[in-house]
Design a protein around this ligand. Structure first.
Ligand SMILES: O=C(O)c1ccccc1NCC(=O)[C@H](O)[C@H](O)COP(=O)(O)O
Length: 260
């Protein structure tokens, strides 16, 4: 682990420890009882839908502010109306300008699966995700020891959350086991920020055919999605391409028209 990722993880550890001082894990556990069943993102991606996981993202370490004043109540329902199969909502505040409140705000407005996109290092964050209404969480191999990743996967399942495991390199293939629901191949090198779509094809070749595969980051053209679809990818996680335009929902709509 290095560079921006280590900085993000160090800050996340600090944040989570602080949050625990305000609301303890036990208090969060008490709040989990009456949460409705989660929606299956794996199923949503496996059905014959667009496969687009449309991301709500205000800023990023690689691009700075993309849409500082973005309002989730406007953008997220417009993604659903445009035909997104699932949603990804960045909840990291310091580096991405997001918050758990963004998921809480849109949950009653939409009925497709929501991925809590954050840097999950502690089971406390799984409870937070479930309480605000997320259906799935991202676990990043590069940010976790293998045992910890396994432990978080099991705990996520106990809470009814699905897991999208993100890998970027051949070495991280060893994190994948039968318990992981979906495998995300990140095209972005988190050390250099360079995106290379070919990374998706390189790593997909190494995976069993029945893996629910998601290609993540740097996707800006419908033709790329078509190539990925033909290769057997089910999901396409796209943020900046939509968020940088004045009407992200409309941009998504024409993007989907071009892949059908
Ligand atoms: O987006 C970044 O700059 C970034 C930097 C360091 C860690 C994670 C980062 N992004 C998180 C994501 O996974 C992306 O937001 C997501 O894959 C969508 O990517 P894009 O379509 O390129 O916005």
């Amino acid at each position: 682990m290095k560079d921006i990722l280590s900085e993000i993880i160090a800050n996340k550890r600090f944040e989570v420890d602080l949050q625990k001082q305000t609301i303890s894990l036990e208090q969060l556990q008490e709040g989990i009882g009456d949460i409705p069943m989660a929606r299956s993102m794996k199923q949503a991606l496996s059905s014959s839908s667009s496969g687009i996981i449309a991301e709500f993202k205000r800023r990023s370490p690689s691009k700075g502010w993309i849409k500082q004043e973005a309002c989730p109540k406007e953008i997220v329902p417009s993604y659903v109306a445009a035909g997104a199969s699932a949603l990804s909502i960045l909840t990291d505040e310091k580096f991405f300008g997001g918050s758990l409140k963004d998921i809480r705000t849109v949950r009653p407005l939409v009925d497709i699966p929501i991925l809590r996109k954050d840097f999950i290092i502690d089971e406390y964050q799984l409870y937070q995700a479930r309480i605000v209404g997320a259906d799935a969480v991202l676990l990043i191999a590069a940010a976790l020891e293998k045992d910890k990743c396994q432990q978080l996967t099991e705990q996520a399942h106990v809470l009814g959350l699905e897991v999208l495991l993100e890998i970027h390199s051949i070495e991280e293939l060893s994190y994948i086991n039968n318990e992981v629901d979906m495998v995300g191949i990140n095209n972005r090198n988190l050390g250099t920020f360079i995106t290379d779509i070919e990374n998706s094809f390189r790593l997909a070749r190494q995976l069993p055919q029945d893996t629910v595969l998601v290609s993540e980051s740097g996707i800006s053209k419908p033709e790329v999605v078509k190539r990925l679809q033909a290769y057997g990818f089910h999901g396409f996680l796209i943020g900046e391409t939509f968020m940088k335009t004045p009407q992200p929902g409309e941009t998504l709509q024409s993007f989907i028209q071009s892949i059908q």
